[in-house]
Design a binder for this molecule. Structure first.
Ligand SMILES: Cc1cc2nc3c(=O)[nH]c(=O)nc-3n(C[C@H](O)[C@H](O)[C@H](O)COP(=O)(O)OP(=O)(O)OC[C@H]3O[C@@H](n4cnc5c(N)ncnc54)[C@H](O)[C@@H]3O)c2cc1C
Length: 319
């Protein structure tokens, strides 16, 4: 179980899963887990907030919004049109997408330039070697991490923390992220797979796309054409603020402060309003580019715990 992978001795998948299961059990999260969709948010004054759900309301003195981007797969416009026409196109981050249950294909095309596209193409090529094309819209961007590890600590965060403008902070986050990148070992794997004919690797953008006789025909910007009966998008997640309509309505109704990019402007303690807190992507203007990752979740948890501790100390001092 305790398998680690070079470089950086990364924990293997099974170990990570076991660790998560252990945390869930220790904190008895199953017992506390309410499975409902939040559809509204309203303040209750001193009593905190009421979260409307599809099956009634939940009231709490403190509410923490920890919405991720996982429900927002990014679809290029041309792919949306193909989907609307009933073409065989799917996004790897669709909730019902499972590689193992993908029906057999004649020619699968994986579209994307980052680690997810590369790993998906490699996985599929094991099932049907030689019948997978990895279509990358840009040359490989090789980076070991999503962003410089300096963002985990003061090396990069000092300047971010000192920056008062949320517009400038957004720009710093944008520049820090290595979007559509892959680590060196994965890059080596796709080069090897292409050399041995297990995958076909192309670098081009899609200039036009159409559904013809149930297949998809892609015209590439280098003039080439590709026909596929299984187009798989690995085009990442849409970076717009998560939450959608109900959060838009709450922001408007309760004057919750947001930056021009739409994301919350929160205090150092991740407080958006009295009794209302954020973490994950919603906290990125405060936590920086790692906010969406596990490291960011740890930073957020530390700040929330420190904030709660300060409030407790204040209450005790006042008593
Ligand atoms: C392919 C891939 C690989 C990654 N690898 C790493 C990695 O190696 N290391 C790392 O640190 N990070 C990695 N990440 C980033 C990863 O997304 C985060 O680390 C982590 O999963 C984020 O967790 P989260 O809880 O913030 O967000 P999510 O996992 O997106 O969870 C948000 C949850 O909120 C729920 N939700 C949303 N709206 C509502 C609503 N209205 N009502 C109720 N529930 C709602 C969603 O259903 C979801 O369950 C990876 C991401 C991807 C896509």
């Amino acid at each position: 179980l305790a398998a680690f992978t070079a470089p950086y001795d990364r924990p293997g998948y099974a170990l990570f899963q076991a660790h998560c299961q252990r945390l869930i059990a220790d904190a008895e999260l199953e017992r506390r887990h309410v499975r409902q969709r939040a559809v509204g948010l309203a303040p209750l004054g001193e009593r905190g907030w009421r979260v409307e759900t599809s099956e009634g309301g939940l009231e709490a003195r403190r509410v923490l919004l920890a919405l991720g981007l996982s429900e927002q797969p990014a679809w290029p416009d041309w792919a949306r049109r193909l989907r609307a026409e009933g073409g065989p196109v799917r996004h790897v981050f669709d909730s019902d997408f499972h590689t193992a249950t993908l029906p057999a294909w004649r020619r699968a095309v994986v579209f994307g330039g980052g680690i997810t596209a590369a790993q998906l193409a490699l996985t599929l090529s094991v099932r049907q070697p030689g019948a997978v094309t990895l279509l990358m819209p840009h040359p490989a961007r090789v980076h070991q991490f999503d962003s410089d590890p300096g963002w985990l600590g003061p090396k990069c965060m000092r300047a971010f923390d000192a920056e008062p403008s949320v517009v400038a902070r957004r720009q710093m986050i944008r520049e820090a992220r290595h979007r559509g990148s892959m680590p060196l070992d994965v890059h080596r794997d796709i080069r090897r797979a292409a050399r041995y004919g297990e995958i076909q690797r192309l670098e081009a953008r899609v200039a036009a796309a159409a559904v013809t006789n149930g297949d998809i025909r892609l015209v590439l910007d280098n003039g080439d054409c590709l026909t596929t009966d299984s187009l798989l998008l690995a085009t990442g997640l849409d970076a717009r603020r998560p939450g959608g309509d109900w959060l838009d309505a709450a922001i408007a109704a309760w004057a919750l402060p947001t930056a021009p990019c739409g994301y919350p402007v929160v205090s150092r303690a991740l407080r958006w309003a009295r009794g209302l807190y954020v973490m994950g992507p919603l906290a990125e203007l405060e936590l920086g580019p790692t906010a969406r990752n596990i490291a960011g979740a740890r930073k957020a948890a530390d700040r929330l715990a420190q904030g709660a501790e300060r409030q407790r100390a204040k209450r005790q001092a006042a008593a």
